[in-house]
Design a protein around this ligand. Sequence first.
Ligand code: KPL
Length: 322
Amino acid sequence: MARLRAIFIGNTFISSYSLGKFAPIIVKMKIVILGPGAIGSLWACCLSRAGHSVSLWSQHQCDSIYLQQEHFPEIQFTSNDKDKLTSADLLLVTLKAPKVLPVIERMVLDIAQETIVVLMHNGMGTAEAIDTLLPNNPLVIATTTHGAFRPKPNQVLHTGNGYTELGGYNDGGKRCDFLQPVFEHALPKTSWQTDILTPTWHKLAINCIINPLTAIDQVKNGELSSLKYQEVITLLIDEIRQVLNAEGLPVTREKLVTTVHQVIEATSDNYSSMYQDIFHKRPSEIDFITGYLLQRAKAHNISAPVNQTLFQKIKQIEQDHD
Ligand code: KPL
């Protein structure tokens, strides 16, 4: 039997029509990408090629940005256009976690209540703040394992094929499952999660282990499979598991060990994002990764001394850079 779902977002008509095996029809959305770094630029190119009206919002005040992804034709995006922002159906935030709140705070008056806000970054803790700042906007969380690299300001490379998980954070966001075919059509694979906090916590667990260890020792992810790191990884996993369990996620130690080692293997040739931040003497996302874990550990009266040590080491390195 045919199923027709029709949804209006702002002035845009989104329809998702499925008949037997036919794919959904996705109508053009007005999308602004806030923070077009590597992953934001990749989504900008993919969503634009999928037929959406995409514009960018960058910290570098400029009217237009050219981006070329691999062999595809170069695309000219308008940038920092207030009209595009106020009329956006979707604001895809690909800023790093520490920048999310300060940047959105400055833009708050130009974001319409109907605009769906999607947060896509490593770490946790921003959604609470954005939900308070924009209480009427549908808020969606996204995690992605796609790899992207910007060798030059106008060029983006899709360096690793991954998957994206989306899910609503607030009531409005929970009604946005029609975004799944939009993202899937632009850059597969994408799934809609009714409980997005579970995959987000799992990603946080992985980042709490791989990111600080690789950043402190300045090694590739793959190095963490050597014997030297196994004791500290086991201790970190034990602390993280207790926090996840206290948060209501019934994950076992074995499951976490397997997942972490799978990611180390799959990304063995990667320099983690925290490695790169420390290498380039940029502030890292530690407050939103290990810092968030430690906050939740404290709330549950769980001691996490090994995570605390890594947190302090990264903080010390950042201070030395200052
Ligand atoms: O998410 C990552 C990161 O570098 O931030 C991992 C999964 C560790 C891959 O490098």
